[in-house]
Structure formats: C-alpha cells, structure tokens
Design a protein around this ligand. Structure first.
Ligand code: SF4
Ligand code: SF4
Length: 413
C-alpha cells in the first residue's frame, strides 16, 4: 500500500452514498472516507491496530464502489485490503488459513476431491433429509449458511472433461487462452462450457491449460499476499508458454485478479504482459457482435442484469454485457435500480458477516423483483451463488443465469 494514496482523499464525501456499509449504518467508520482516515491514522502512529479498528476495516466488502465514485482516484476498498495483507504478513496465517489458502486452494485436484463427499451428499438424498429435518440448526450457523448456498453440483468438474485445445469452428480467427475459474469448473460448469463453445463458434481456437491453478482471489480475501503472488507467478509462467492473443475468463472475480497480476508482481514484465491480455468474455464477444447476432434466435423473456462489483467497479465493464443482451431478438431487457450495487456476497463475506450481507442482499433482491424479470443475469460465481439462494427462497420463478448461458439458450433457440 502506498501512503501517498491515503493523502489523495480530500474528504469530499462523494463516495459515501455509494458505499453499501455506509448506506446501512450511516457511520463514518463504516464509510470509505472513514476507512481511509483510519488507515492513515494507524500509519501515522496515532491509532493502534486493535480488535475494534480491525472490526471497522473488516466490515468493508472490497466492492470498490467507492473507487468508481471518487473524483480523486482513491480506492478505499483496495487500500483496506492491502493494509490487511500487510498486517497479516506481520502475524502469519493461522492453522486453518494455512490449510485452506496454501494447502487446498492452490491444488485443483484436492479441491475436486473435496467436492466428492458434497456431490454424494446431494445425490444420495441426504441433503433433502438434512434440510427437511432442520439438522443443520444443531451446528455452527456458518456451516448452515455455506450449505444453503450450495446449488446442485454438476456430475463432474469441467476441468476434467474440457479438452485442452478446443478447435475453432470454421475459419480460425486466432488462439485464445481460457482461464477456467475454480468455482466455475466445480459448480457452474455449464456456463463455462457455454463460454468455450461461444468462443470456438466465433472462430477462436481455445486453449485451456489443464495445469492452471486458482487465480489467487481467495488468498487476497484472506489477506495472504504471499499465497497470491505464488499463484500469480505460476499462472503467468504457465500461460506464457502458449502463443495467445487474449486470455479470456467468464469469472468476474478471476478477471479482476488476473488483470492485477502486473500490480501484484512489480518488476515482472511477463506479469504485466499477462494482465494486458486478460479479457472478460463479454469484452471478446462484444468485439464480434455482428457475427454473434447472426447466430441468435428469439428469446421472449424479461431479463435484468446485475453488475457484479468485480466486473463493473474493478474492471470498468458495464456496456458490453448490455450490448450483448440487446442483440437477442425478442428479449425484454429491464434495467434495475442501482444495478452496480453489491449483492452482499463478496467472497466469503456472506458467511463471515451474515447480518450485514443479508441487509445488503435485501436491497438487491427488491431491485431485481421491481423489474418483473424472469431471468436475472450476471457473470460472477459469488453473485450467482448468493442470488440463486436468495431468489429460490423469495421468488423461485426467477431464473438466475450466467451471461453465456443466456446467449447459449438463444443460440439453441
Ligand atoms: S475517498 Fe474520494 S470520494 Fe471519498 S471522501 Fe475521499 S476523496 Fe472524496
Ligand atoms: S469497498 Fe465497498 S464497502 Fe468498502 S469502503 Fe468501498 S464502497 Fe464501502
């Protein structure tokens, strides 16, 4: 974290109405301006790092809505995240953090093996029994929340079945790498399968290196900068071995992290080159809007779009998904209020901070339902999990889909 970035805050307060935690509490300490001031006071030696100050900072979702709103380019979310990394660097990881962030997350096979019991739990009927008897109420609440977020898992992770090289359909336009996010592979495999099909259908040869590892976003969430840098170095070297025009992802969280590898690995020119090639799938598809339009068949559905923070605020992508949906004949697109307001998912925030997460989620669900939409479309796995669960409880008729699933449905007609 650069101290000078803290000095850029001129305390105008323009970020306040955009900060989800400030909107819920009206507390200065729960606002971007307040958080920047807290970190600055700590850096100046005027304030101790204690449980209370960390509590204020930990309430931040790192949604980066403040960065979009700030006229001075201050990114309070990022400053807080980097400050927490520095603090964690002094104390080291706990046993559980080390187990999850260093021994599980960076190893795709271990993650896949960890999902096997969950798949059995769902497919054996045990999940239905556990839910109907309310057995999870006897366990810590966090376990019940995690279980509740889990949608039906695919038969196998996409990483297992996807070809390392998917050939282009028709004349080859170029070669792109596909960064398959862990959660996309393990849970939303249909969406990522649709992504690869769309790319190949538009004439791209798609290379999905099987040896790729997690992007490191969970390490950043856990303030584990070393773990993140190790993963970034590994992925940069791996993808550097291929001749790729772009590195495409359909996971908003991965895309935001991959685009920052150059920042996380200062002085590593390969990391800068890697980040410069990263594109969200909507950016690539929008480049080929004319070709895509010819493939789309009418889809008579009322649809709304949730701007995931990692796509809108962290990557600045807003227009491309809307342009793509606009191409679908018959689609009735309705913009929701505050489409770029956080849904309260924020990685593991919805489990770690359930009360605040639920309050933020409630606003989002109201905005969605006010549109009368039959489909809620978004492109980040955390938001998909959070909104699938919330809408299945309040409005089960609203289908929650990834953008590439919607486009694929229109292509199939
Ligand atoms: S962070 Fe930016 S918008 Fe917020 S008070 Fe400071 S200068 Fe103003
Ligand atoms: S990142 Fe989000 S929650 Fe954190 S200060 Fe900025 S707007 Fe508020």
């Amino acid at each position: 974290m650069e101290y000078v970035d803290l000095l850029n805050c001129m305390r105008c307060g323009m970020c306040l109405p955009h900060c989800p935690t400030y909107k819920e509490t009206f507390l200065e300490t729960a606002s971007p301006r307040g958080r920047v001031a807290l970190v600055r006071k700590i850096q100046d030696g005027d304030l101790e790092v204690n449980e209370r100050t960390l509590e204020y900072l930990t309430l931040c979702l790192d949604c980066q809505a403040c960065a979009t709103a700030c006229p001075c380019g201050v990114n309070a979310g990022e400053l807080v995240a980097e400050f927490k990394c520095e603090e964690k660097g002094k104390g080291g990881l706990s046993f559980m953090e080390d187990l999850i962030l260093r021994k599980l997350v960076p190893h795709p096979e271990r993650l896949e093996n960890a999902m096997v019991p969950l798949r059995l739990y769902q497919r054996s009927g045990l999940q239905t029994l556990v839910r109907s008897l309310g057995i999870l109420k006897m366990f810590p609440p966090a376990l019940g929340r995690m279980e509740g977020l889990l949608p039906r898992l695919p038969a196998k992770p996409l990483r297992k079945s996807l070809l390392e090289v998917t050939p282009a359909v028709g004349e080859e336009k170029g070669t792109v790498g596909f960064f398959l996010g862990c959660v996309m592979s393990l849970i939303f495999s249909e969406a990522s399968h649709a992504t690869v099909q769309l790319l190949s259908g538009l004439g791209y040869k798609v290379v999905t290196p099987k040896a790729q590892k997690c992007c490191g976003a969970p390490n950043m969430l856990g303030s584990d900068l070393k773990g993140l840098r190790d993963l970034a170095t590994y992925n940069v070297d791996l993808f550097g071995g291929y001749d790729l025009e772009f590195i495409v992802t359909d996971c908003g969280g991965c895309g935001a992290e991959l685009k920052k590898y150059g920042h996380h690995l200062p002085g590593n020119s390969r990391a800068e080159g890697f980040s410069a090639k990263v594109r969200d799938i909507s950016e690539i598809l929008a480049l080929h809007a004319d070709d895509l339009k010819k493939k789309l068949k009418p889809l008579h559905r009322i649809v709304t779009w949730h701007d995931a923070c990692h796509i809108a605020h962290c990557q600045g992508i807003r227009q491309q998904p809307r342009t793509l949906m606009d191409l679908i004949p018959g689609l009735d697109f309705r913009e929701m209020n505050d489409a770029d307001a956080c849904c309260g998912s924020a990685g593991t925030y919805n489990v770690a901070r359930p009360e605040m997460s639920d309050r933020i989620l409630e606003r989002k669900v109201s905005s969605i339902l006010a549109t009368g939409a039959e489909y809620l479309v978004t492109a980040n796995p955390g938001c998909l999990l959070q909104l699938k669960k919330a809408l299945s409880e309040t409005s089960p008729k609203v289908k929650v889909v990834h953008l590439t699933e919607l486009l694929s449905e229109s292509i199939k007609g």
